[in-house]
Design a protein around this ligand. Structure first.
Ligand code: NAP
Ligand code: F7E
Length: 427
């Protein structure tokens, strides 16, 4: 062993005779150093530039994962659906309230978004037109109607999204009493079309269905959770319950990844104008800008568990990224009446309101004696569902979800937004 020493370089061992010239050893060291830096450069290219390399853990269904475990800091994968590194989400109801917040949320998460819009003569795109450019540019629109089974078969077979959020519906409870038939066509047959298209053309797609607290109807127990019995009290609620059971049946029968989100009322600055919260915030802004017409409302005693839509879309995504498909309740666990909503909303705009009279004769009056709110029987429903209160404990435990926006903050967001809009449109 005399005259022989061991040189370790970059984990490589080799024996070096002490008789070799020193310059040869130096050259070797330089070559090894260069090789090491080239390797580092190549590696950093892979991590930052190469389309098939992602940092951090990926959703489990991202595609065929190569050379990884879920805890690896770097995952290399080839998307089985798109051969790109972006997850693909397909949204029905993208032009509605939840479609707006979910598009924003998924864009921030790096998803490629496809959305279904039903054509209308003015070619308006609802809330899609409210997006900032980065979100709008990330959305591919497909024109189609929920009642068109062929359209969805073709769409699913062509796009094969990683995740699909079925949000589209005839969602207005009051209208469902007047037009139960079209409500059933859209909400029951339309939902069946989605379930069939996923089953037959893209069974690897994870599917979210927008079920509702309305399915509880007049619940016997409070608060309500995933175990509470359903007793629907409107054509809308009946149609959603049919959708809920269709999804549950398909999940079990065909081993599909389908989740039902049983969501309590969630509102926002882009809520449809006929829903009571937005009707109030728009009315308050109109009155603050000089209108003398009061807001006409129905049942002021109706109580709801109202949350902020922006919080709820995260819960939808968490459901589809849970290990197993399941059903979850999302809500706030707080109840407020329509009267309270109106009171808070007027206060936010600087009006103190006092209530006088009762039933259909009740009015909300300003300090200077003006009638700001009055009751109109036309806005009562044949049946009212009351006593709703969410127990979102399962979502909190299993998904780590809970509502962030309190009632007062929700009212503030909505009123401030409408005040700002109405002052702009006066300019
Ligand atoms: P929304 O604002 O009323 O949006 C409904 C969407 O469905 C709109 O984009 C609408 O398109 C679309 N749509 C209706 N009929 C269609 C048809 N035949 N074909 C294609 N698209 C159609 O409702 P949301 O508040 O976002 O709620 C999303 C979903 O959650 C709904 O299914 C609703 O029933 C359910 N949900 C909502 C709440 C809540 O408090 N917001 C609570 C529980 C469950 P147009 O723009 O053309 O009308
Ligand atoms: O009514 C009462 C009305 O129409 C709320 C949908 O997103 O949430 C929503 O359904 C309450 C009801 O929503 C007026 O009687 C009083 O008790 O804003 P809304 P909704 O019926 O709760 C559920 C969870 C969904 O799933 C639905 O898709 O307010 N109310 N006066 C009034 N309601 C309206 N619209 N207009 C009034 O003047």
């Amino acid at each position: 062993m005399a005259g022989i020493t061991m040189v370790t370089w970059l984990g490589e061992s080799r024996f070096q005779s002490l008789d070799e010239p020193i310059s040869r050893v130096r050259n070797l060291a330089i070559i090894h150093t260069l090789a090491y830096f080239l390797f580092l450069l190549f590696f950093s290219y892979l991590v930052h530039l190469h389309p098939y390399v992602k940092l951090g853990p990926l959703p489990e269904h991202a595609g065929d994962v190569v050379n990884s475990s879920r805890n690896d800091p770097i995952l290399i994968y080839h998307s089985s659906h798109t051969s790109r590194n972006k997850m693909k989400a397909l949204l029905t109801g993208i032009s509605g309230q939840d479609g707006y917040f979910l598009s924003r949320f998924l864009t921030e998460k790096g998803y490629e978004i496809h959305g279904v819009i039903r054509r209308n003569s003015s070619m308006s795109q609802g809330t899609v037109s409210l997006h900032t450019k980065d979100v709008r540019d990330n959305i591919t629109i497909h024109y189609g109607d929920l009642t068109d089974a062929n359209f969805f078969s073709k769409l699913l077979s062509e796009e094969k999204p990683d995740e699909m959020y079925h949000l589209a519906a005839q969602s207005f409870v009051g209208y469902s009493f007047q037009n139960p038939s079209s409500t059933y066509d859209v909400n029951i047959s339309g939902t069946l079309n989605i379930a069939n298209a996923v089953k037959d053309y893209s069974p690897g797609t994870k599917l979210y269905f927008a079920a509702t607290s309305e399915m509880f109807g007049q619940p016997e127990t409070t608060p309500q959770n995933e175990e509470t019995a359903f007793k629907p009290r409107s054509p809308y609620a009946v149609s959603k319950l049919a959708g809920f059971w269709t999804m549950k049946t398909y999940r079990e029968a065909y081993d599909l990844f389908i989740c039902n989100g049983i969501l309590f009322n969630h509102e926002s600055e882009v809520r449809g104008p006929e829903f009571v919260t937005r009707k109030i915030s728009l009315g308050v802004a109109r009155i603050a800008n000089g209108s003398s017409d009061p807001i006409e409302l129905g049942n002021l005693d109706a109580r709801k568990d109202w949350g902020y839509a922006g919080d709820y879309v995260e819960g939808m995504w968490k459901m589809l990224n849970h290990e197993t498909p399941d059903d979850f309740v999302l809500g706030t666990g707080e109840l407020h009446t329509v009267r309270e909503f109106a009171q808070f909303a007027f206060e936010r705009a600087g009006f103190r309101i006092t209530w006088k009279g009762s039933g259909v004769d009740e009015v909300g009056i300003s300090e200077d004696g003006r009638v700001l709110v009055k009751v109109n029987k036309a806005f009562f429903r044949p049946l009212e569902s009351d006593n709703y209160l969410a127990d979102y404990g399962k979502a909190e435990r299993e998904l780590g979800w809970k509502p962030r926006t309190k009632f007062g903050e929700l009212v503030k967001i909505m009123v401030d937004s409408d005040l700002k809009e109405s002052s702009h449109s006066r300019e």
